[in-house]
Design a protein. Sequence first.
Length: 179
Amino acid sequence: DFPNIRLEKVENPLKLDTGEFKKMVNQTSFATSLQESRPLLTGINLRIVGNTLECVATDSYRLAKKFVNIDINDNVNIVIPSRNINELVKILEDENASLELHIFNNKVLFIYKNIIFQSSLLNGTYPNTDTLIPSDHAIKFEANLMDFYNAIDRVSLLTQSKEKNIVQLEMKGNSIKIT
């Protein structure tokens, strides 16, 4: 028998802008882990603290964070499996539509237009990533964003080996050598 799925709703769901939600997921989901040995790292941590929505993903080597200010003042801290949330993002077409989130202890229900999408949540406490990026820096440099992006993109073509994907930056005077 097909399992009985309860598509219940909460009284006051979170309402987010679909376009902003898609952008957040697309900019962070690449950093989730593919290995099931640490199940929490296979998901995306969605947190609301005050009026800031934070989307975080890490596989313990990479870290991606995206912050958005929202009109909701609530405390939410859930971990959604990245496979599920990526499938949801593929469905979201209208960038200007609203997306409702109905959050429960073990699941989250998304409502978009006439589509209801439910996902289980990953159990546990997501690692605290707030302290991983230092607030003061020994070295600071400024570069043209597109030039820097193109250089990183070019050298990363050769880092596709399965074990180490390392890009090295070496600073000498006013130049940076990227290998």
